[in-house]
Design a protein around this ligand. Structure first.
Ligand code: B4P
Length: 216
């Protein structure tokens, strides 16, 4: 199956996906530090596998642009490079699960980011007799992350991308609170490390290979 892909002004070449069908429900966590390419790869994965995309970053930015009380609180934390409280993001994900009862599966992007979020997600999925199929962790060096986010900050209008100190705080927050989420899923043998540097298509193909090896 060949699918082209456009993001912003960039058109990515078609790629070959060998087996995009998903017979049984299959839920994926796409994991990695800020700027590792979760949003970029999510767009391609949902288009290929027909999954429902749940990105806590996008949901929070939506609240910010609608100037809701939750958005104002979140912006204050995000602008400092800090995580938003667990109960806020867990509530958003819970609503997202309930609002989409008939999906083939969810692609969780940027969630869970703490052990409390991971445990809450397990409980929410259990209520639906479901579980995570695979936890895909993208590996990118800190210098590459900073370079990518500063570059995105030139055009994204995202205040958390324009200041190198804030970007480094986000990476510190990831190292202290988020990276250990991978250990939580290791106990269930769900974790697969995928290189996050290289061409977007090569990384995408590596992710597809891991998904195709696990889904029914
Ligand atoms: P997120 O929105 O999750 O986003 P991100 O970490 O900034 O980036 P992502 O990894 O998606 O990178 P992208 O593909 O865009 O988080 C933002 C903030 O929201 C957090 O700091 C936190 O405050 C808050 N938040 C979100 N979820 C939360 C949660 N669960 N709990 C608490 N707080 C939460 O790629 C980045 C750039 O790299 C792009 O410009 C892209 O074009 C480029 N790029 C991608 N792949 C590339 C490649 N292979 N080569 C070169 N460049 C590449």
């Amino acid at each position: 199956m060949k699918i082209g892909f456009v993001k912003g002004n960039v058109k990515y070449s078609p790629y070959i996906c060998h087996n995009p069908s998903i017979a049984a429900m299959f839920h994926i966590i796409l994991f990695g530090p800020p700027g590792s390419g979760k949003g970029t790869q999510s767009e391609k994965l949902i288009a290929t596998y027909g999954l429902k995309h749940l990105s806590t970053g996008d949901l929070l930015r939506n609240e910010i642009s609608n100037k809701t009380p939750l958005g104002l609180e979140a912006k204050n934390l995000m602008d400092k490079g800090q995580l938003v409280p667990d109960d806020v993001v867990i509530g958003m994900i819970s609503s997202g699960l309930d609002a989409n009862p008939d999906v083939k599966g969810f692609l969780f992007d940027g969630f869970p980011r703490t052990k409390a979020q991971a445990e809450a997600l397990d409980k929410l999925l259990k209520l639906k007799n479901a579980e995570i199929g695979v936890f895909l962790a993208m590996q990118v060096s800190e210098e590459e992350l900073v370079k990518r986010l500063l570059n995105r900050g030139l055009t994204s209008g995202r205040s958390d991308d324009t200041n190198e100190t804030v970007i480094r705080s986000r990476i510190t927050e990831y190292n202290s609170k988020t990276s250990s989420v991978a250990d939580y899923y290791k106990q269930y043998n769900k974790v697969v490390m995928v290189p996050g540097e290289g061409s977007i298509d090569d990384i995408f193909n590596a992710l597809c290979k891991e998904i195709d090896a696990r889904k029914v």
